[in-house]
Design a protein around this ligand. Structure first.
Ligand code: F6R
Length: 256
């Protein structure tokens, strides 16, 4: 893993946008996360689209996850969120996500998994991390080899996400989420985390044992992962000074 520590959330946005821009220019397949962590990166990509003409028309995108039971036009449905924060602002038209309103959710999960595969897989997958270590909505205890399926959110995740819904009661209990195996099949994974509330999860994911207890730790097994964190989210990393040094002295090419 390459761990890059930057001063602020805005700086994570610039760095993540630098990475994503190369894939956009190549007309790559983008894997998009929702939530607040990638928003500085999406804002920066929108700025580059407007000011430098960064062209998304050759890209397609897949969402990580979706709430079960929220109507497709609900403002917190992830397909609506991603349209608002990125897709409609940059002319990204081909955006697919799992359908959380499907009558047969198991069949929808299988079909979504197949649609990612049929598209040739994901070139760059953006992910946030839950304060409980979840990746996508793969909560603690998720199979490290899992594929798209229905999961039940933990109380902690529902509390974390209540800020988007106005009340805890309004947060759905169930989601359709790409599995950890699905996410791990992306060719490059970029994890972005900001704020002290993520510091423990980031340290567990990067420096803890690979364990279903911290699902994001599965990224340690992936050949190409970039972890972009602000100082607050880096607060519990034991090797923070080493990561800073390694990034500053990075040769033209180095392995991860
Ligand atoms: C969202 C997702 C989640 C979030 C995570 C962090 O599509 O899959 O894993 O990335 O819950 O959310 P924020 O960024 O809002 O703290």
């Amino acid at each position: 893993m390459e761990v890059v520590i930057v001063p602020t959330p805005e700086a994570t946005g610039r760095l993540v946008a630098d990475v994503v821009e190369g894939y956009v220019r190549a007309g790559g397949t983008l894997g998009l996360a929702t939530g607040s962590s990638p928003e500085p990166a999406y804002d920066e990509l929108v700025r580059r689209h407007r000011e430098t003409g960064l062209d998304f028309s050759g890209c397609r995108a897949f969402l990580l996850d979706e709430y079960v039971g929220l109507p497709g036009d609900h403002p917190q449905a992830y397909r609506q969120v991603i349209r608002r924060v990125l897709a409609d602002r940059v002319g990204l038209v081909d955006v697919r996500g799992p359908d959380g309103t499907a009558a047969d959710l198991a069949a929808e999960a299988t079909a979504y998994e197949e649609s990612v595969r049929a598209a040739g897989g994901v070139d760059i997958q953006l992910v946030g991390i839950g304060s409980d270590g979840h990746l996508g909505f793969n909560e603690p205890g998720s199979s490290l080899g899992s594929r798209t399926r229905v999961k039940t959110l933990t109380e902690r995740t529902r509390r974390d996400n209540a800020r988007f819904f106005g009340s805890l009661e309004a947060v759905p209990h169930h989601v359709l989420t790409q599995g950890l195996g699905t996410i791990g099949a992306a060719r490059h994974v970029v994890l972005v985390a900001t704020g002290a509330g993520k510091a423990e999860a980031v340290a567990d994911a990067v420096e803890g044992p690979v364990s279903a207890f911290c699902p994001a730790s599965v990224l340690q097994l992936h050949p190409h992962v970039t972890v972009v964190v602000d100082e607050a989210a880096a607060g519990r990393l034991r090797l923070a000074d080493y990561y800073r040094f390694a990034h500053e002295h990075k040769p033209d090419w180095q392995g991860y």
